[in-house]
Every structure is written in structure tokens, then in C-alpha cells.
Design a protein. Structure first.
Length: 136
């Protein structure tokens, strides 16, 4: 399995876990202090943004473009997730949950871009132009 596929599988698994957890009716788990749910939204979507950027960078996308796409992905996924919660008993659709989703996804994507520049082993090495075979 290539790293690109591995990062995509990790992202898909994380998104599936996130959507599964937000589909549980009448949740009674986790901390219950004010803002705890916003921290959870930020964290879950932060991981998604982080993995999204690793996946796109591994496929050859530049860091800035990958961060923008990750932020858009987090915004869209968060909107879909919030909308679907309208029909889950004990859940609600909230604008500030979506804001936390978007902010977390964006922050996670920036962290991923920085991590990949500081830890080059997160991405597969690219062949330098001089070592590539000449094309006819």
C-alpha cells in the first residue's frame, strides 16, 4: 500500500468514526463543562484536516493548495454533519458547532503542512529531476 492510499484510508476511517459518533442519539458521554462539545468538534475536525493535507501532499499537491482544500473539505463535511444531526434524537444543528468544525479542520491542516516541512519523513521522498529517466 502506498502512503497516499494509507493517508486516504486513515482519513476515510476518521471521517467514518466522526460521523458514527455524531449519529449516536442522546449522547451521555464525555466531559460536561461549558464548551466541551466545541472542543470535541475542533479536535475531531483538526485530525481530519491534518490527514487531508498529508493525503494531498503525498499525491503531489503543494502545501498551500492542500491547506485550502482541507479547509473547504472541513467546512463542507461539517455542514453535512450538522445538517444530518437535525434528525438525530438529542442532537441539534448548531452554527457554532460548524464554526468549530471549520476552525479545527483549518488549524489541523496548517499543523500538517508545518509538520511535513519539519518532519520530511511524513511524506515519501520525491525523485530529483536529474535521477529521472529521460523521456523520448
Amino acid at each position: 500500500m502506498t502512503r497516499e492510499r494509507l493517508y486516504l484510508a486513515m482519513l476515510a476511517g476518521w471521517v467514518a468514526l466522526t460521523l458514527t459518533l455524531t449519529s449516536i442519539p442522546n449522547p451521555e458521554f464525555g466531559p460536561s463543562f461549558p464548551g466541551a462539545d466545541k472542543i470535541a468538534h475542533f479536535g475531531f475536525y483538526g485530525v481530519a484536516g491534518f490527514l487531508f493535507v498529508l493525503w494531498r501532499r503525498e499525491s503531489g499537491t503543494g502545501a498551500a493548495v492542500a491547506v485550502v482544500w482541507a479547509a473547504l473539505f472541513a467546512a463542507l463535511l461539517g455542514a453535512v454533519d450538522e445538517f444530518h444531526q437535525r434528525w438525530i434524537p438529542g442532537r441539534s444543528m448548531e452554527l457554532f458547532d460548524w464554526v468549530a468544525d471549520f476552525a479545527g479542520g483549518t488549524a489541523g491542516s496548517f499543523c500538517s503542512a508545518v509538520a511535513a516541512s519539519m518532519l520530511p519523513s511524513l511524506l515519501s521522498p520525491k525523485d530529483p529531476p536529474s535521477s529521472r529517466p529521460a523521456k523520448d
